[in-house]
Design a binder for this molecule. Sequence first.
Ligand code: ATP
Ligand code: MG
Length: 553
Amino acid sequence: MEDKNPSSNFIRNIVLEDVKTGKHDMVITRFPPEPNGYLHIGHVRAIQLNFELADEFNGKTNLRFDDTNPVKEDEEFVKAIKKDIEWLGYEWENLFFASDYFEEMYNRAVLLIKKGKAFVCDLTGDEIKEYRGTLTEPGKESPYRNRTVEENLDLFERMRKGEFEDGIKVLRAKIDMTSPNINLRDPILYRISHATHHNTGDTWCIYPMYDFAHPIEDAIEGVTHSLCTIEFEDHRPLYDWVVRECEMEKQPRQIEFGELNLTNTIMSKRKLKKLVDEKYVDNWDDPRLPTISGLRRRGVTPEAIRSFIRETGISKTNSVVDVQMLEHFVREDLKLKVPRTMAVLKPLKVVITNYPEDQVEMLEAENNSENPEMGNRKIPFSREIYIEQEDFMEDPPKKYHRLYIGNEVRLKHAYFITCNDAIKDDQGKVVELHCTYDPETKSGTGFTGRKVKGTIHWVDAKHAIPAEFRLYDALIIEDETTNNAEKTFLDKVNPHSLEKIQGFVEPNMKDVKPQEKFQFFRHGYFNVDPKCSTKDKLVYNRIVSLKSSFKIE
Ligand code: ATP
Ligand code: MG
């Protein structure tokens, strides 16, 4: 049977082979976040890969919180991660916590001790590091390596009972201190930590290390393909050792794939947490962050994220993808879905001197010129309107087709107007324009009398609603001034990543809902901020601007 799946990748090929040869009746995958922060868009590569693989082969995907480090983990993160995965549109089969297996893990560790494959070690952390050796030198065996099984069992039990302070003892695997793979040089399996765990409270004061816990978790759940990022490639022999020596019934297979990173941002929970804790950003859902909650608040849709991630593919090396590619998918997704309306971000008042004083007319405007199904709306027009400050120039350069004294432009959905006069304040700043309109040129009447080169947008001054617009720029600047070994990522944070401006939107925006999205003519796509926007003060986040030079090959 020929396989024509366009999104095929090397992991899918392995799974396909395993299904064909009948190695597994059912494909089981898991997404195993540690609840020590919020998910970011890099995680979506792992989420999509796990969920869509299992789905394709009628398998299952579990969500498992890898909560083996109580000091950094929190219930807040558990909730946020669940919400994000659901929002992305993925449904897990079972919800598991690694901490539910602590007893089983303890028993497996006891089994290792009984088999002479693990020992309690009293070396300090620094000594263990020193004894470990380097890539070019073998390690040295711990003086505690040859404790008897009885002694090890007794000490491990007393570790569990809380007889020792943090760091006094660890349980280590007994493998090979001369192995070329440093991960196999008697790695630590358990450490003492008198910390309260978000799930198990104070039941435990010893906690398993990732390399010991993860394979056991996978095996308990019958995970067939355990997918992780490439940094764990060198840990795979240890993963297999744990599965084998702990005599796990099921043998999961670890397969590694390359991480996804984006330009001009940070993709590590640890660093993101620092930005949040040190108030560089508002919170985990700050629209500048690449967190799922930040992207959601900014207005990026799950569809756009999923299409983007799919396009980046799966490979064996880490990749850095241009953030413009994500923006491309955002525009593609919103293009036909959202209404196109007008907003003036930096207003300049225009008085149309030949328009009757008390007249208001309702003009017909299409909601989306590329999607007629979105219908029309009515917008008021009267003697005073706002346009963008930058749509008028006193001394325009050549090819400037917008307003200047004596020039005529089209007002989108309305009339042609000609600029006659610019009123200035004491400082010489233009504060108001006087224009005249030509009633013959009304939009939609088929006027062909003459052409104008510029079309500008506007809102009716009397009816427009004030609004705040939040424009975002790169969070992290990578250039020759910041790409310097002495600089940390905090030195690269762009101090101008957020600009808040006060302008106006069309009056039909009065009942907008949080997360409602619009294209504002010439400005880009905007989202009603779910946190800050209220009936009395509308706040819009710019999701993306309209244009990009980015092209998908
Ligand atoms: P971070 O380094 O950002 O804190 P992590 O790897 O420590 O991430 P986990 O909670 O362990 O975070 O991640 C859950 C899963 O997501 C893991 O399987 C991990 O390999 C994967 N993952 C994390 N970051 C990325 C990324 N940038 N690209 C692809 N997969 C990722
Ligand atoms: Mg990590």
